[in-house]
Design a protein around this ligand. Sequence first.
Ligand code: BF8
Ligand code: SF4
Length: 633
Amino acid sequence: MKSQKSIDPAVLELLPKAALDGAETVWDRHEAQQPQCGFGSLGVCCRHCVQGPCRIDPFGTGPKKGICGANADTIVARNLLRQVAGGAAAHVDHAYEAVEALELAANGEINYTITDETKLQQIARGFGLEISGKSKAELALEVVEVAYADLANHGNKPVQWLMANAPKERIAVWKSLGILPRNPDREIREAMHQTTMGMDADPVNLVLATAKQGLVDGYSGLKLATDMQDILFGTPTPVVTEANLGVLKEDYVNLIVHGHVPLLSEKIVYWAGKLQEEAILAGAKGILVSGICCTGNEVLMRKGIPLVTNFLAQEIAIVTGAVDTMIVDVQCIMPSLTQVASCYHTEIVTTMPIVKLPGATHVPFTLESADETAQEIVRKAITSYGRRDSKKIKIPNYKRKIMAGFSVEAIIGALSAVDPDQPLKPLVDNIVNGNILGVVATVGCNNVKVTQDFMHVELVKELVKNNVLVVATGCSAHALAKAGLMNSEGTETYAGEGLKAVLCAIGQAAGLGAPLPPVLHMGSCVDNSRIGDLVTAIAAYLNVDTSLLPVAASAPELQHEKALSIGTWAVTMGLTTHLGVVPPVLGSKAVTELLTNGLTDVIGGKFYVETDPLKAAQGLLEDIRAKRKKLGL
Ligand code: BF8
Ligand code: SF4
């Protein structure tokens, strides 16, 4: 399977066209990079000072120390800490922008509304804020103040977003390990400091600092971002749409939103709706907005916008020749997009001051000018439609129906139809009676080192066959959507008998007239916080520590630093966390041992690396069965 580029038939159909059109893809560049550097792959290369670069010879008789004396353990652990801090920085920065947006919206300074007052109140209550007698705006400003207080915390008080939301048993564990984060910005700065030349050389201390970054990511990144975005744009409820390149329509203006932040894409969706007439005047049947990567997930979850494709096929979307404009915000945007676009009529529009691509059109996005910017971009797409070359258009006829929008609130809503007083009871009862063996969250990316979507899909098919309920986010969710695992037919085809019975019963009770899908789409990568909330709620309901639950996580095809930080957070939550791609740590036996075993006694969770999907499924099933046994199930 390794030699095949993708299991996605739409991608396979377009790859020869890319070659014909002269569009170089990620797979071409991956091939040109072979063989990739062994030192880098093992994590034993250091460039943290200008005496370097230094590299450790992991097998032979070459150097075992860098020029300063740092050994493989130090170098590997330092590199990992920097990567995880990099991922956390991306998520905290994302969250920060959402906090600012809520503040400006509450002050009436921008044209964004506070959509979900119930969520706002629920979050405010979590901080012990008084609700009664306050307007939405007043309460929002108080919540914003709490968020800013975390980001401006000068003392040693732990991050409030964590203290109010994390399970208390977990907080006790993190406190005893001395890894409770204080101010997210300070912790990220500290990680940079701790890993610079002449600092920490102790792999245990460095790995614990990495765990702390996981908590920064989980609570000041993921959780904070999701909370702010739900207040502003609404908490998702079930939606039905379609996924894969076949959602593009030849006779429509195709505008793709790509990136991560919904602040602009929400406005694009709104204005695309308003400006349909202009598209019709330009000769199209209308405007179709569709999404790639996590901003695609954001507008899917809240607005039912179809998914085009996931990370690895972002270039391939352009190869259809039918994409008029692709607008990007932040993260996971391949710099190659403009080169691919230059083979077609497609215009790439960058919007953020920290993401500019040579060859793209830059339309600066600010919250204050969001409506004008969105209109300008939609009109650009309409103009771009007029430049199409019909001979170059080929839209593969592959798409799958999907049901998404499974926020925790939506899941509880569906379960309430079975038991309104104790909504979690039907879920927990079915875990106890074995209809549901356990729950696995599959998250994260595509990675060109793996046949696109293969790990996600094969792993998950095996899990659901064995009655594991799967929840998914990010590009994993895209992969499973494209493979037909996010609709009722997927339940009929793939779910084991016990799981099927539960999904049918809940689907009927909730009035869907069909079973719930075997994989529940819980959103973007920052929405991994929703999975954290679900796990926290189940643990609280049962009054046990999260590390005891028959729950695991998996990033089958991870590529991004963000996926490493999310995975680290999952481990700190006490979960066994599978990685389907080997992270660059094997150059240190000590660090590898700490991550996959040594820390388990103290933290409860561990990384589990397995590159074969069926073996990985067996490993996760064993882990879940062992946890069930411990609970007496
Ligand atoms: O934040 S899963 S490739 S798109 S990093 Fe990127 Fe990975 Fe996709 Fe979403 Ni998450
Ligand atoms: Fe080499 Fe040490 Fe400098 Fe790293 S910090 S580049 S190991 S001298």
